[in-house]
Design a protein around this ligand. Structure first.
Ligand SMILES: NC(=O)c1ccc[n+]([C@@H]2O[C@H](COP(=O)([O-])OP(=O)(O)OC[C@H]3O[C@@H](n4cnc5c(N)ncnc54)[C@H](OP(=O)(O)O)[C@@H]3O)[C@@H](O)[C@H]2O)c1
Length: 297
């Protein structure tokens, strides 16, 4: 990178204003709250800016000239992506490149999110950022291409791979289990392991990254998920307990719950790089879940 490019890239930052894309998704909503104290925030939903429309992205960035672009928009329907490949490819693989080009044009930083599903799940210890990727489904493949598109541009970019996102509202594993458990016993896959991460914890980690005094020097690829490992079954049991419900949660095998997309059996992320370089650590998954229920309505 030339000196001139470096100066331009580092001129971004939250003080110049932040734009959140996909602001009505579960992570987008949490980001709008968490980043508010750092500087002016523009929270844009799909109707305000379709990230798959390159001209619309460029026009938005020229108009707002943000210091940081935070991309919470994605094609996240993992099973549907198997048959809607073009849509998933546009939003997850091409659009991050449009955002990175737009960031370059105004010297903005870019925060982009990726997934534990870039890995094949055969590891026996948590995955590090430089472990080989081998996505097993269309969603994971398109998300990997999106990572590459962002990291290839000479910009200050933070690509955060996260996992098993949920919140107290919206459509996610927690709300699904809560709804099903209110009706009766539930059966949940017990042979896939990961790290459930509430969107609030990831949004808070994003805030800490952007607020870090040497943020620009720390740009790169990071794993950002809650600590610890649990199966979907173990997570469901914890949710049911937290809701005060007394229904049975039975373990089943992945083979007993066929889905269109294959999922990694083990996709725990080693988040040591984020801790070592920036001093940012997400809470253990169980504590994060308890905190979410402790927040009140
Ligand atoms: N959910 C998980 O378990 C999980 C796990 C690992 C990584 N991630 C990653 O984390 C990030 C946030 O995920 P999330 O769970 O918050 O997803 P989400 O709740 O599905 O939200 C995604 C948002 O993106 C919007 N969107 C889709 N296409 C768009 C477009 N062309 N232009 C603008 N907005 C568009 C959606 O709008 P509509 O509602 O109008 O479609 C939705 O509001 C994503 O990068 C995802 O890949 C998620």
């Amino acid at each position: 990178m030339s000196g001139k490019q470096a100066v331009t890239a580092h001129a971004g930052g939250p003080g110049r204003g932040m734009v959140i894309l996909g602001a009505h998704g579960q992570l987008g909503r949490a980001l709008a709250k968490a980043l508010a104290g750092l500087g002016p925030v523009q929270a844009l939903g799909r109707a305000d800016c379709d990230i798959g429309d390159e001209a619309a992205v460029q026009a938005m960035v020229r108009r707002l000239r943000p210091g940081v672009i935070v991309n919470a928009a994605a094609y996240t329907a993992v099973d549907k992506a198997q048959t809607e490949r073009d849509a998933a490819f546009l939003i997850n693989a091409l659009a991050p490149g449009y955002l990175a080009d737009a960031a370059l044009s105004v010297g903005a930083w870019l925060v982009h999110y990726s997934t534990d599903y870039v890995f094949d799940g055969t590891a026996t210890r948590p995955y590090r950022e430089d472990d080989p990727v081998a996505p097993q489904n269309v969603y994971g493949k398109t998300k990997r291409l999106g990572e590459e598109a962002v990291l290839a541009r000479p910009i200050t970019a933070f690509v955060l791979r996260t996992a098993w996102l949920y919140d107290r509202e919206g459509r996610n594993f927690l709300t699904t289990i809560r709804r099903l458990a209110a009706q009766g016993p539930v059966r949940v896959v017990a042979d896939q392991y990961g790290s459930p991460t509430p969107v609030g914890s990831l949004a808070e980690a994003t805030r800490a990254i952007l607020a870090h005094p040497h943020a620009a020097e720390c740009a790169g690829l990071y794993h950002a998920a809650c600590r610890g490992t649990v199966s979907w079954h173990g997570f469901a049991e914890a949710i049911v307990r937290s809701c005060g419900l007394a229904v049975a949660v039975s373990p089943i095998a992945t083979a007993d719950y066929p889905t269109a997309a294959r999922r990694p059996a083990y996709s725990v992320l080693d988040c040591g790089r984020l801790a070592q370089r920036m001093g940012i650590v997400l809470p253990p998954w169980g504590q994060a879940l308890a905190d979410l229920f402790g927040e009140g309505p």
